[in-house]
Design a protein around this ligand. Structure first.
Ligand code: FO1
Length: 320
């Protein structure tokens, strides 16, 4: 890995992406990882600004995350939620006591007019994170999940209704006004990145909101750095979350080929290399016919070593 001296840009949603980001952070020199993170899941809840994917990255990279739960902090206590339950309060979205400190502090800063990128940078530094975590934009972009007969704000679909309703599509309110993170754009303009890694996050609700910020995916495509995508679908199943269920409901094949078709149709020419799991090796020729190079590798990340191994495979692709 010593040959990689430039920075690497990862593009990520929450849990699945954060796993690979941790492997990348472990495998790169300190400060060389930049992560561009989805904020389409953000919302105001009980007066607080919540940025779930940013916090998943912060907590994962600082080794504070609750890996079993998939969100929030390890060793959390729930006194506020339990007290709210007693008051018949709003508890469908569960905020742990220590996690609440992040939301209270961030909301205060936002309400004073500070930028999300500065706030996130300060949180990362305070947590001892050397990687750079970049919110995808400053403007509010809110994912709406279109379901049969109704439209649901993302967290209502995801948490309150447990991803139950069948989806028919997605929209990202405010995206037309959004401008991509200025630090990431400066890095692209300066050719600072040796590679761009699209993490194994949900293509529809984690990566699409980022790539659909005006002019962003074209800037990524036209950059000199190769763009590598790691499949979020392995052997017909999602690494985490509702991606497989969504694909089935949208009529997209629930395979790595379906993922490749999604990227090839929406973002022609963006993906240079698609990393698929060994269990999906037979799909390689058809994926290659879409104009992507295919690398077959073990992509499941069950432990820290798996994350580091996959990160090294992805990083080494740039050197060949
Ligand atoms: N996910 C849940 O399934 N239930 C929750 O109560 C919940 C609370 C929560 C609080 C803070 C936070 O940052 C994330 C939280 N999440 C919860 C996860 C979050 O809804 C999803 O992981 C993402 O939005 C999808 O990437």
């Amino acid at each position: 890995m010593s040959a990689v001296t430039k920075a690497v840009l990862a593009i990520s949603g929450g849990v699945g992406g954060a796993k690979l980001a941790l492997g990348l952070a472990d495998s790169l020199p300190p400060g060389k990882l930049h992560v561009l993170v989805n904020t389409g899941d953000d919302f105001r809840h009980m007066g607080l600004h919540i940025s779930p994917d940013i916090d998943t990255l912060l907590y994962t990279l600082s080794e504070r995350s609750n890996a079993l739960q998939g969100w929030g902090l390890a060793d959390e206590s729930w006194n506020v939620m339990e007290t709210l339950e007693g008051l018949d309060g709003d508890t469908w979205f569960r905020l742990g006591d220590r996690d609440l400190a992040t939301h209270l502090w961030r909301t205060g800063r936002i309400d004073r007019g500070d930028k999300l990128l500065q706030i996130t940078g300060q949180l990362a530094r305070q947590m001892g994170i050397e990687s750079h975590i970049h919110p995808m934009c400053e403007e509010p972009v809110r994912t709406t999940v279109h379901c049969e007969g109704r439209d649901l704000p993302f967290q209502q679909y995801f948490v309150k209704e447990q991803c139950g309703p069948a989806v028919t599509g997605f929209s990202f309110e405010g995206i037309a006004q959004a401008r991509p993170n200025e630090q990431v754009m400066a890095g692209l303009n300066d050719r600072s990145f040796s590679s761009i890694v699209v993490c194994p996050s949900n293509p529809f609700v984690s990566i699409d909101p980022i790539l659909q910020i005006p002019a962003l995916w074209q800037a990524l495509r036209d950059n000199q750095a190769p763009v590598m995508l790691v499949s979020p679908i392995v052997a017909g199943m999602a690494i985490k979350g509702p991606a497989a269920k969504m694909m089935a409901e949208l009529g997209v094949p629930v395979t790595a080929l379906g993922v490749a078709q999604h990227y090839a149709n929406r973002y022609p020419g963006l993906i240079d290399v698609f990393v698929i799991d060994v269990s999906d090796a037979t799909l390689a020729p058809e994926i290659a016919s879409l104009g992507m190079e295919v690398t077959v590798a073990p992509t499941l990340m069950r432990n820290r070593q798996d994350k580091q191994r996959l990160a090294k495979i992805v990083l080494d692709l740039v050197l060949v």
